[in-house]
Design a protein around this ligand. Sequence first.
Ligand code: HEC
Length: 101
Amino acid sequence: MPTTAVVIAAHVMMSSHTYAEGDREFGEYLSAECVTCHQSKDVDAKIPVIDGMDAAGFAALMEAYRNEELENPTMRIIAKRLTDEEIAALAAYFSSLPEPE
Ligand code: HEC
């Protein structure tokens, strides 16, 4: 069935969009801490919106806080507590959210 092929292709494309097979549901659970600061609606705030961020870019930023390439002390502390698996899960979750207008 051509329809099935299209559905499968769409699935493959969607899953290749997530970073290193991060567990989206685990990411959603972990995100509770993040969204106290990172609010999707407050686009004018000093804290950047991370909803809809590219998964690989997200993971790279978290890695940069973890190895102190980026300055922010709060994010350094937060990133250092996270495992690779947790970062991948958070990347999968936040990248799956719609980007705010
Ligand atoms: C106490 C508030 C606070 C919490 C909690 C917090 N962040 Fe942040 N985060 C910030 C601030 C402030 C920045 C901007 C830092 C900078 O300018 O380098 C930031 C930056 C980021 C960035 C880089 C965004 C960009 O566009 O440069 C990412 C990704 C990020 N945070 C992810 C997370 C994740 C994931 C969590 C939860 C595990 C989290 N943050 C929890 C305050 C917070």
